[in-house]
Design a protein around this ligand. Structure first.
Ligand code: SF4
Length: 254
């Protein structure tokens, strides 16, 4: 057995089919492979169980992080797809899947009949072959409200590595909007998608109905800013609600 066949990835969850809730692939049917581990610690992260070190430790201790070989991941995707493979997407998410060399996994999924997308914040370009291999690369640089600083050199290398790339930015306030305008200025040739972010207290403390109202209110605010004071900063931008939060709130495996 080769080294590659025994190499394992830390996997938080594999689930679906469901739909992609944000960005260029919104509404697209997909399976998700959620990698455990992230080099960021965003203040409003909605998957802390796959990104914050102390939460990952608890997940591991409670058996919710599994080490899987690429063959095991492919087999699980085939099982979840009910073998209706052609055209079904598998989306690598996290955490940050770009921390791992997923080239062989991607090629294996594609050989099995899947299309593969990867979502990453664009902070690690080390495995550029993995970034290039996926059918669609969703780069989601994190704005100032996240508390993280963008490494623009790495971001450019990640974006340049992709074959088919879209960019999405989650917006919480006007400072984030200015950040997104800067990203638009740097990358006018790529589709840019903006969504109003959902604060954690709403996600976990409000009723679903209250949260839905709040999401729609904030999306209306974002649309009005983008079409009003900021309209010249965002040529061609698309504003979307966070569909997964609207439909399922903070539920896992959705
Ligand atoms: S980059 Fe994504 S997964 Fe990582 S901490 Fe930020 S929101 Fe969470």
């Amino acid at each position: 057995m080769s080294v590659n066949e025994t190499k394992t990835f830390p996997i938080s969850e594999i689930f679906g089919p469901t739909i992609q809730g944000e960005g260029a692939m919104i509404g697209t049917q997909t399976l998700f492979v959620r990698f455990s581990g992230c080099d960021y610690r965003c203040s409003w992260c909605d998957t802390k169980y796959a990104s914050y070190a102390e939460e990952i430790k608890t997940e591991r201790e409670e058996g919710r992080v599994t080490r899987m070989t690429h063959r095991e991941i492919i087999d699980e995707c085939i099982r979840l797809s009910l073998k209706s493979l052609p055209g079904l997407w598998v989306t690598f998410s996290g955490g940050n899947p770009a921390l791992f060399n997923t080239y062989r996994l991607t090629r294996g999924l594609q050989a099995a009949g899947f299309k593969v997308a990867m979502e990453t914040q664009g902070s690690r370009s080390l495995y550029s072959g993995s970034l290039h291999a996926v059918d669609h690369l969703i780069v989601s640089p994190k704005p100032p409200s996240s508390g993280q600083a963008t490494n623009y050199k790495e971001l450019r290398q990640v974006i340049n590595a992709g074959r088919d790339v879209s960019i999405k930015v989650v917006i919480f306030d006007k400072v984030d909007l200015q950040y997104a305008a800067h990203i638009r200025h740097l990358y006018p040739e790529y589709d840019l998608y903006l969504s109003a972010g959902t604060p954690q207290d709403e996600m976990y403390l409000c009723s679903q109905a209250e949260m839905e109202n709040a999401i729609l209110r904030r999306t209306a605010w974002l649309a009005e800013e983008v079409c009003g004071p900021y309209h010249s900063s965002f040529p061609g931008v698309k504003v979307l609600p966070q569909l997964h939060a609207l439909l399922w709130g903070a539920e896992r495996k959705r």
